[in-house]
Design a protein around this ligand. Structure first.
Ligand code: SF4
Ligand code: SF4
Length: 99
């Protein structure tokens, strides 16, 4: 199992993958690529935690906490038609904002 929780909450369980390629089709950041027996997690740090892959995976091979963090704060601000407030996502608790 690859767990890139240091960068985001994406978790991939290749042993559950049935190689249907839905995650490749729905991911906006090309995080997954084709493989022989199962897809490969090639760009885990590009994941913005949108949740599309996990929602479309038919065999629970992907888990991700969608709706949290910087990406979600930006999406929420865009939906409201406002600029994102500094620290809204909580990433600058240590004074080092990443967004
Ligand atoms: S959607 Fe799930 S089962 Fe399908 S290829 Fe991706 S990880 Fe594998
Ligand atoms: S959560 Fe979104 S960005 Fe991250 S791997 Fe899944 S589809 Fe791609």
């Amino acid at each position: 199992m690859f767990n890139s929780y240091l960068e985001n909450t994406l978790e991939y369980y290749p042993e559950n993958c049935i190689n249907c390629h839905r995650c490749i089709q729905v991911c906006p950041h090309n995080v997954f690529t084709e493989g022989n027996d199962h897809v490969k997690l090639t760009n885990p740090t590009s994941c913005i935690e949108c949740g599309a892959c996990a929602q479309n995976c038919p065999n629970e091979a992907i888990k991700v906490e969608a709706g949290v963090g910087c990406a979600w704060a930006m999406i929420r601000a865009a939906l409201k038609g406002k600029e994102m407030d500094s620290g809204e996502c909580g990433c600058d608790d240590d004074g080092k904002s990443c967004c």
